[in-house]
Design a protein around this ligand. Structure first.
Ligand code: APR
Ligand code: ZN
Length: 241
């Protein structure tokens, strides 16, 4: 039985790491990027291109505010996020490496979260580099500017053509290399360099996704073809002695 086998791997792991993508937050009301209702079907990914943003800050910010602030701001963690916090509290899950920028893993209670693509929860000044908490900055007039130097503020997440934060890169590399099991939830496995990290893991792969991803045929040992909340509820049920 797939779930029993998955729980056995999870319980016996010494270095379990979770690797999550947009799919884990879909049931919190946050759309994925790809797939039938994906954001990139409605919005041009150009708004997240760093050169375009710097040349058209107001226009980019209008769309960014709509997608990542107005819409996301009231999202709450779902059972899948809470399940990962449960595993961390049990001392089983060592870290979550997430491609998501919604901060929901931390709200659910996970402490060791590596935000590979940064976060919407902070804004960074393009002039002096100072960071602000997003909730402290009004987005009534766009683009928001730095109190200190007057330069434009940018969400502190990775735009296309921007580098991955060095710290996140190094920590993720080490964690995945040393992991004896990976729990992959809700990602197509298409976007590099994030998508390359799971291949570094020599341990067992448990994948949760209602659809096949790039990993499923190549790396996945146990494929739980379900929505994240459904699969994690079953994993929790089997977890209990
Ligand atoms: N539960 C789990 N997975 C789901 C669910 C669900 N309820 N619904 C959809 N999915 C899966 C889809 O099948 C798909 O594989 O979530 C995945 C979402 O894919 P993407 O939208 O491509 O998200 P992700 O893989 O995280 O994208 C990676 O691309 O645009 C960049 O920076 C952005 O971090 C993002 C990166
Ligand atoms: Zn500044």
């Amino acid at each position: 039985m797939l779930y029993k086998e998955a729980v056995k791997i999870i319980k016996n792991s010494k270095k379990l790491v979770a690797f999550t993508g947009a799919g884990i937050s879909l049931e919190s009301g946050i759309p994925t990027f790809r797939g039938k209702d994906g954001l990139w079907n409605k919005y041009d990914p150009l708004i997240l291109d760093i050169d375009y943003f710097k040349a058209n800050p107001k226009e980019s910010w209008q769309k960014i505010k709509e997608i990542f602030y107005d819409f996301m701001i009231d999202s709450k963690p779902n059972f899948a996020h809470e399940y990962l916090a449960f595993l961390e509290n049990k001392g089983i899950l060592k870290a979550v490496i997430t491609q998501n920028i919604d901060g929901l893993h931390q709200v659910a209670g996970n402490k060791n979260v590596i935000e590979f693509h940064g976060t919407t929860k902070k804004l960074v000044c393009l002039g002096c580099g100072i960071k602000y908490k997003s909730e402290e900055i009004s987005l009534d007039s766009l683009p928001p500017v730095c109190d200190k130097c007057g330069s434009i503020l940018k969400p502190d997440f990775v735009f296309f053509k921007e580098p991955i934060p060095g710290n996140a890169y190094r920590k993720s590399y080490k964690l995945v290399k040393e992991a004896d099991a990976l729990l992959i939830i809700g990602t197509t496995g298409e976007i590099m360099p994030a998508s390359e990290f799971p291949y570094l893991c020599k341990g067992k792969f448990i994948e949760i996704n209602p659809e096949i991803s790039k990993y499923t045929q190549i790396k996945t040992d146990i494929f739980l073809q379900e929505k994240a909340t459904v699969a994690t509820k079953k994993l929790k049920e089997f977890f209990m002695p």
